[in-house]
Design a protein around this ligand. Structure first.
Ligand SMILES: Nc1ncnc2c1ncn2[C@@H]1O[C@H](COP(=O)(O)OP(=O)(O)OP(=O)(O)O)[C@@H](O)[C@H]1O
Ligand SMILES: [Mg+2]
Length: 330
């Protein structure tokens, strides 16, 4: 348990890091701290990404970043907070425009309009928009390290499962289009016309290329690290166990567990420690034992509980010291 620095030394090809876990345990805090460290101490070009509608990166970096694109907040550290709703809207507009162009219409038929609206309201649409935004950034390849701060739903693991479903879906459509094109080609030859380039098919293949590149990257444990963040509490332990099972089922290696918000045991030796804090330390000790037993070999870092919310560069620097070079012994 010597911190993430050792992980990066042993896995020098790592270019994507994803912190996953239950809500409110420290994913955003760890994402921000790692990004800050890598950019300032190791001078890597880092992109820290989130789609949290709560704008939590804006909050932790103390700057309004929501929906504003990639912003360099300190040299080498770029932060992007995607406004997923806006992205879905833009995507909707694009689909509508394409249909109008393709069929040379002035106005969309009402059913089509309704269909597009209702498809966009599905939660899967939100996830695809997120996934698409991530895939696009990575495909551009302008950064050394991508840190994805995941929303609390699922475990961030679900995203990989979804990627595979998406890829299959695009496969199916591509196949269907290719079939259709063959027949169109035959029909066109019979009529003595030239076949027009299938714009839609070209686009589908592009999407597929981008997505399979990203999925391959995410499932390559030399390049992508998944860390689960947990705290010494019952529910967080259960959740991490479930996540481990999911990772296994998907054939993905979980890179490690970060134990956050730990009260140092030494507080018990100090007679000035107030009673409620003493109780907290005692209760945590029990769960820490359980964590050691269940995830011992996965634990990569231990971060103490601070007396205030870690926000701003000064605090992030402090968090990153613990995240990168953990000194707390469990
Ligand atoms: N080690 C710590 N000491 C004190 N406060 C902490 C610590 N780690 C995180 N916090 C605080 O706990 C809250 C939750 O942390 P954070 O936002 O990083 O969690 P999250 O997993 O990203 O949550 P969500 O699932 O809602 O996105 C924040 O207010 C944060 O400032
Ligand atoms: Mg968060």
């Amino acid at each position: 348990m010597t911190g993430l620095l050792e992980y990066f030394e042993k896995n020098p090809e790592t270019s994507v890091v994803i912190f996953a876990g239950k809500g409110g345990l420290g994913k955003t805090t760890c994402s921000a701290a790692l990004s800050y460290y890598m950019a300032t101490v190791q001078q890597r070009r880092v992109l820290c990404f989130s789609t949290d509608p709560q704008a939590s990166l804006s909050d932790i970096f103390e700057r309004d970043l929501f929906g504003k694109g990639e912003i360099e907040i300190v040299p080498n550290l770029f932060v992007v907070e995607i406004d997923a709703d806006k992205r879905i809207k833009e995507y909707q507009e694009e689909v509508k425009r394409k249909i109008l162009d393709m069929y040379k219409l002035d106005k969309l038929p009402e059913e089509v309009e309704e269909y597009i609206e209702s498809a966009s309201a599905e939660p899967a649409m939100y996830e695809s928009a997120t996934y698409d935004a991530m895939a696009e950034l990575v495909a551009r390849g302008e950064y050394d390290l991508y840190v994805f701060d995941m929303p609390p739903f699922g475990h961030g693991v679900r995203m990989v499962a979804m990627a595979e479903i998406l890829a299959k879906w695009v496969d199916k459509i591509t196949e269907a289009r290719e079939e259709a094109r063959k027949y169109e080609a035959v029909a066109a030859t019979l009529r003595g016309k030239r076949v027009e380039e299938d714009e839609l098919l070209k686009e589908l293949l592009e999407i597929k290329k981008k997505m399979s590149f990203f999925t391959e990257l995410l499932t390559d444990s030399r390049k992508t690290a998944f860390f689960m963040v947990l705290v010494p509490e019952k529910m967080a332990i259960l959740d991490t166990e479930r996540a481990l099972e999911m990772f296994e089922a998907l054939g993905i290696r979980m890179s490690g567990v970060v134990v956050n918000q730990v009260y140092p045991r030494e507080l018990l030796d100090d007679p000035k420690t107030p009673e409620f804090l003493r109780n907290k330390v005692v209760s945590q000790q029990k769960y820490l034992e359980e964590i050691k037993e269940k995830f011992g070999k996965y634990i990569v870092a231990v971060i103490p509980a601070f007396d205030r919310e870690p926000k701003g560069f000064e605090m992030l620097k402090l968090v990153s010291e613990h995240l990168m070079k953990s000194r707390i012994e469990l």
